[in-house]
Ligand binder design. Structure first.
Ligand code: SAM
Length: 263
């Protein structure tokens, strides 16, 4: 890998499958004036073909050696290299013309992908779309429907914020070194405010977290501290149902009941 030893602690599995790289770039469909940020550019497998189609690109990379390589390889006018942890990076503050929202791209380090998705969900207002390579199990959880064993807090919180499409599959051999798991590429497009029904999204997040803390228990028990039986009755939601059975819209209704009740 051009003299770089892959660092496990940074989740480094570099994309080497040319066909797959082309498919990802086509899915991202970058256009010259777009404002794009890539998380974890690594050795540049996606960075170089993205830059072929863009005027300018931002990247966020934690590995100091890879940061130095990026700076040597690409001119600063074309590539802004932000050294640091994507989990602490303020995506919303990236400079861009008024009205232009960000495209976010990344073959994400799998060890931090779930917290990173939550971090980016908080910046959704500034985002146009996101394309990520993730561990396939994470993608299965993201797109899971109520009633499935994969349906959980991640499905509800991300499904509430984004329309999520599973685009591509990637076997371990597409990477060097190959990871132990299969991977997949997803697209996330933020939902407009009109589709998001929770009047207070912090309360919504709190209800979802409480319900899934014990996913197989009845909601009457997991939400006992916040929603009485009268609340379930008013909404027509059976309190003996379990977190894993309830659709996203019902979580929003429970949260709104709680806000209206002044709790
Ligand atoms: N994009 C390259 C590719 O497809 O070949 C590399 C992908 S590799 C799976 C993940 C990349 O994310 C590595 O370059 C790694 O150093 C970087 N990385 C890991 N943790 C990070 C973090 N917390 N913030 C920013 N970058 C991180």
């Amino acid at each position: 890998m051009n003299g770089h030893r892959a660092r496990k602690r940074f989740g480094q599995n570099f994309l080497v499958d040319r066909g797959l790289i082309g498919d990802i770039i086509n899915a991202v469909a970058p256009q010259a004036g777009d404002c794009v940020v890539e998380i974890g550019p690594g050795l540049g497998a996606l960075t170089a073909p993205l830059l072929d189609r863009l005027d300018h690109l931002h990247v966020v990379e934690i590995d100091r050696d890879l940061v130095a390589r990026m700076r040597r390889r690409f001119p600063a006018e074309r590539l802004s290299v932000h050294e640091g942890d994507a989990l602490a990076f303020d995506f919303a503050s990236l400079p861009r013309p008024t009205g232009v929202r960000l495209k976010v791209v990344g073959n994400l380090p799998y060890n931090i992908s779930t917290p990173l998705l939550f971090h980016l969900a908080d910046a959704a207002e500034s985002v146009r779309d996101m394309h990520f390579m993730l561990q396939r199990e994470v993608v299965e959880r993201m797109v899971a429907e109520p009633g499935s064993s994969d349906y959980g807090r991640l499905s509800v919180m991300l499904g509430y914020r984004f329309v999520i499409d599973w685009l591509l599959d990637a076997p371990p051999e597409a990477f060097d070194p190959p990871p132990k798991v299969h991977s997949a590429v997803v697209r996330l497009i933020p939902r407009p405010a009109s589709e998001r029904q929770a009047v207070d999204e912090a309360v919504f997040a709190r209800v979802v977290a409480a319900a899934f803390a014990q996913r197989r228990k009845m909601l009457r028990n997991t939400l006992k501290a916040v929603i009485p039986d009268a609340g379930f009755a008013a909404l027509g939601i059976d309190p003996t149902r379990r977190a894993e059975e309830l659709p996203i819209s019902d979580y929003a209704r429970l949260a709104n009941w709680l806000v209206a009740a002044g709790a």
